[in-house]
Design a protein around this ligand. Structure first.
Ligand code: UT7
Length: 338
């Protein structure tokens, strides 16, 4: 039994923050951000919006695209859930009117879409669920220090979702074989030190023992860059081999939007021409687990992704963690979110 994509959708919070907007508070420039990352603007949650709200908007659009009002399970990939406990997925399921179906979160940072897709496909393959609403949703800018020029320009908020149902491996839209990997020895390269069980603040005890910066993301950009290129390239090659595809078969490379230069470098390593590489980081920044479904939705809504196109998906992020898979694009209706 394979998991087949039958619907997809995306949503971005309305507040646009341009590079020039950031220059008001950070020692940076539009030129630096554009040339080093490819980002021109990103969306940020304001006015009390949270990951839950983003997930509901994206999930509703994916259900509409699939023509469904029911599903057997809701999986949310997020590294910026509304609260440490509980998971956000049960509330999302409730707000979507999906009643008391199975619902849980999965935390795999920028590889969240690949890990969540594999998990959702596993629920279907094992017979636990006949259909899954899988959402990647992030309000990660709330976890980034607005005074840190190394990280503040890079991340954006948003959500993307797919509906999966049980089907046959040779159907269009069937998710192909996966490659997934991790390297916990490099966990500190991208981490938020405080807030979890290892480093709690002395909340309510009168003194806060945790330095403010530790509540925010710490990132070692250069080593991550090298790892991202190496891991996404290697993982892509493994997924292609498992699918029995050649690089020349790939109509679209849909890679996690961490940095336009990283995506271009992976494509170059794989010898994929630029016109087969999907990119939207200029308008959304790095949206972690929402990155790939937002890209798929945008390209499908525009008609660039066409039924029968062979698609290679690859991602890399904190953990470290990475993954890749393949699918033949199905007949699907998706609405633009911009
Ligand atoms: O999502 C998956 C996980 N994340 C990643 O994979 C991120 C991977 N890394 C990257 O994308 C890049 O390393 C960054 C975009 C984060 C940084 O680009 P870089 O070309 O590697 O720059 P760098 O960190 O080596 O910094 C170069 C210089 C430094 O100044 P000095 O030491 O050479 O004087 C930085 O202080 O640029 C400086 N810099 C900035 N200058 C202006 C760093 N951030 C900024 C900024 N504006 N926003």
């Amino acid at each position: 039994m394979a998991a087949v994509i039958t619907g997809l959708g995306g949503w971005l919070p309305p507040t646009v923050v341009t590079n020039d907007d950031l220059c008001g508070t950070l020692d940076t420039s539009d030129e630096w951000i554009r040339t080093r990352t490819g980002i021109q603007e990103r969306r940020m949650v304001t006015g009390g919006l949270s990951t839950r709200d983003i997930a509901v908007e994206a999930g509703a659009r994916a259900l509409k695209s699939a023509g469904e009002s029911r599903t057997d399970a809701v999986v949310v990939a997020t590294t910026s859930a509304d609260r440490l406990c509980p998971a956000v997925a049960p509330e999302v399921s409730h707000l979507l009117g999906l009643d008391t179906v199975a619902a849980f979160d999965l935390t795999s940072a920028c590889s969240g879409f690949l890990y969540g897709l594999a998990t959702s496909a596993g629920l279907i393959a094992s017979g636990v669920a006949g259909s899954v609403l899988f959402i990647g949703a992030e309000a990660f800018t709330t976890l980034v220090n607005p005074a840190d020029r190394n990280t503040a320009p890079i991340f954006g908020d948003g959500g993307g979702a797919v509906v999966l149902r049980a089907g046959q491996p040779d159907e269009m839209g069937a998710i192909g074989p996966f490659d997934l990997g991790s390297d916990g020895a490099k966990a500190d390269l991208l981490a938020i030190p405080a807030g979890g069980s290892r480093q709690r603040a002395a909340c309510g005890l009168g003194t806060d023992t945790v330095p403010t910066a530790d509540w925010y993301l710490h990132m070692s950009g250069r080593p991550l860059y090298t790892q991202a290129v190496e891991r996404m390239t290697a993982s892509s090659r493994i997924a292609l081999a498992r699918a029995g595809w050649q690089v020349g078969d790939v109509a679209w490379f849909v890679g996690h939007q961490a940095n336009a230069r990283i995506v271009a470098a992976v494509a170059e390593e794989l010898e994929l021409p630029g016109e087969r590489v999907a990119v939207n980081i200029d308008k959304v920044g790095n949206t972690l687990s929402a990155s790939i479904p937002l890209l798929l939705t945008e390209y499908a809504a525009r008609g660039d992704l066409r039924p029968g196109d062979r698609v290679l998906l690859a991602a890399f992020g904190a953990g470290l963690s990475w993954g890749a898979t393949t699918l033949v694009w199905p007949k699907i209706v998706a609405d633009s979110f911009r």
